[in-house]
Write a protein that binds this ligand. Sequence first.
Ligand code: ADP
Length: 471
Amino acid sequence: MRCYVDGEWISADSGDTLEVLDPATGELVGTVPALGAKETRRAIEAAAAALPSWRSLTAADRAAVMMRLHGLMRSRTDELARLLTREQGKPLVEARAEILSGADFLEFYAEEAKRITGDVIPADRAGRRLVVIRQPVGVVAAITPWNFPSSMILRKIAPALAAGCTVVVKPAELTPLSALALGGLAEEAGVPAGVLNIVTGEPSVIGRELLESPVVRKLSFTGSTEVGRHLTRGSADTLKRVSMELGGNAPFLVFDDADLDLAVRGAVAAKFRNAGQTCISANRIYVQDRVHDEFVRRLADAASSLRLGHGLDPATDVGPLISSAAVTKVEGLLAGAVAAGARVVTGGRSPGGRFFEPTVLTGVRDDLALGCEEIFGPIAPVYSFTDEDSVVARANATEFGLAAYVYTEDYRRAWRVGEALEYGMVGVNDSAIATAAAPFGGIKASGSGREGSRYGIEDYTELKYLCLGGL
Ligand code: ADP
């Protein structure tokens, strides 16, 4: 495939390409251009040139284009999902859900475009009026990860386009095909040339151009905390606005009054979806003493019945990890825990390739890398706890603050713990928390900014205050 810049499909001037491999088999799925600094600058210039006319359209006209793209995504869901599974590995049913959830963002923000309103502030003195309007921030750079190759892009471009911004997207080099497929649909939907540009290639080369350009007024990033810090520092010289959706270390609290079936189902989804490769995956499962053994038994039963396989096989519940480095990392975290006395209840090994068995562990010490780092793999460490205060303290004892989960039938506790957890999002008796309708995002080392809901569009608008005097 080629890159999409200024409404044209381009190759790298150098002719260089990157290979995209199926993580389940290692087979070549496709190649994409390895663009350099010059082509990236062309994309930025195209976005800048397209900005005046795109932001001058009425919200309804921008919404109409977005809804055409939404319709195309929905009508091509199967095709898009298959491509996504081939380059990323997740089961087809999850890929389909990702395509549809990405399309939801287009619909939500097409509607929201019409509600970007301002304010008239009662004047502080006679003879003048104080007015606040919202305007698009301008050219936006979006850098996205491989774990959700399609929806992470839509979360950014939907509010950006709705607000009247133009965008340069740099998808992850491991999964650029879904991004480019989206470019094709955008062209078909009538998104004007230059409004959406998609560039692939060496991250640091493209990243540097995006960071150094004074034309790029905002950077929206989803990925690791380490790269997020680098990009935030790199945005300082041009004082770009940044939205950072970074790593997590989600605690999953199960109190002894919880509905255990619900809690186990929630834990399975929050841990094994996308083979544990999501930033809101349950990373530490804390279960109160009285129900600990029963919960572990049920979770282990559920985990051992999940089928590993190629994502295109309809029988597959859990696909491969993204790379062999990811398998090595997970093996290392597990070995460290076992050496420190943890017990493997089920799973615990790689059956070969980039696959790793759904694993349940007990008796893990709090201070190990397994509990302090983002596992990003299908390992569920279960810790026991005695009382509410201590488990909340343990849950908060991390630099991260993205998602947390609480299972309890006591509404007072749900409120208390929900408020005490230092996280941007808390699921109470529910682990499927991501939706276009709600603000997704973190605090502390998990970043800043929100994606989804009416709050999400604020990241793409600037407030302007007009003081109208001499009246
Ligand atoms: P993950 O741990 O999910 O792979 P990364 O933070 O490494 O997350 O990557 C997320 C995105 O950031 C990808 O698109 C990747 O190419 C991009 N990226 C990584 N390093 C840089 C960089 N120096 N400049 C710009 N983008 C980068």
